[in-house]
Design a protein around this ligand. Structure first.
Ligand code: NAD
Length: 279
């Protein structure tokens, strides 16, 4: 009897043709290096052209195929054009999309301006929506690959004075969960990354009241249980395993369970903890 000689597809993080948004800094940069280390080609997308080029040229110097592309993920036309050009820039169809670009916004409700709300919604939520809208159909038609959406533990953590940011990340999580069921069985895996604190430039690049800046900056080192390189590696492994949720740190996993187990106690505890730590 002859056995079928059909080759098993590679895990989606291996030899990928990847589009990574916000690749110029922090977690996005770590994703770019890790995808390249796994033999992939990388389109390094960032609103900051210089940052994107620096990462791409470093990767090229290491012998990888990497190209920089300036693009504002919140801009529909720019994202449409990115999707149209990605295949020719990478030299083959996109197999991995990492919707990572994001910005931080903090401050009490009513004090955060609506202009800042729109800015945060536009980058964090619309950026991921644009990515999925313009890239997911081609991945589905290809029948192979992955989408990583960088949400946050903020999607469920309900930390005070982060309303806008929390709302955008809850949206990214819902987007990922829905896409995961919609694309089930198509060969396209979806993973939502939900980290707590990871030391990056998010505070520097973000908008928050002056009186909270020192607390936020010190929290980036004081409460960080992991770094961006580890997060990128673990998340690509999670994608390969077929995991929808990636919660890389123990504090995030505890918050996730506690909130489901006892939501009222959780809300009180997180509010109290914030007041003690931030004031
Ligand atoms: N650092 C953390 O503690 C943490 C925790 C949870 C989730 N996240 C998420 O991780 C992702 C990456 O953030 P980071 O911490 O690496 O921050 P970062 O500021 O170091 O990097 C973000 C990158 O995104 C780019 N960017 C910003 N706006 C953009 C736009 N409109 N279009 C394209 N690129 C844009 C920036 O130029 C920057 O290079 C974000 O979605 C963030 O919300 C971060």
């Amino acid at each position: 009897m002859r056995r079928s000689m059909k080759k098993k597809p590679l895990p989606p993080s291996t030899q990928a043709a990847a589009v990574i948004t916000g690749a110029g800094s922090g977690i996005g940069r770590s994703f770019a290096y890790e995808v390249a280390r796994r033999g992939g080609s990388v389109l390094c997308v960032d609103i900051d052209a210089e940052r994107a080029e620096q990462v791409a040229s470093n990767l090229r110097a290491l012998g990888n195929h990497a190209i920089a592309q300036q693009c504002d993920v919140g801009d529909q036309a720019q994202m449409e054009s990115l999707a149209e050009n990605a295949e020719s820039l990478l030299g083959r169809p996109v197999t991995l999309l990492i919707n990572n670009a994001g910005v931080g916004l903090g401050g009490p409700i009513g004090e955060v301006s609506l202009e800042d709300w729109h800015w945060c919604m536009n980058v964090n939520l619309w950026g991921a929506i644009h990515g999925c809208h313009f890239f997911a159909p081609a991945l589905r038609d290809l029948g192979y690959g992955g989408i990583i959406n960088v949400a946050s533990a903020a999607a469920f953590g309900s930390a005070p004075e982060m309303t806008a940011y929390n709302v955008t990340k809850a949206g990214v999580l819902a987007l990922s969960e829905t896409l995961s069921s919609e694309l089930a069985g198509t060969g396209v895996q979806v993973t939502a990354l939900c980290p707590t604190v990871v030391p990056t430039n998010i505070v520097e690049n973000g908008r928050l009241p002056e009186r909270r800046r020192d607390f936020a900056s010190s929290a980036m080192t004081r409460f960080a249980l992991t770094n961006a390189d580890q997060v990128a590696r673990q998340t690509l492994n999670a994608l390969d395993r077929g995991d929808l949720y990636m919660l890389p740190q123990i504090d995030g996993r505890i918050a996730w369970r506690l909130k489901r187990l006892t939501p009222r106690l959780y809300a009180r505890a997180i509010g109290e903890a914030y007041r003690i730590l931030a004031d």
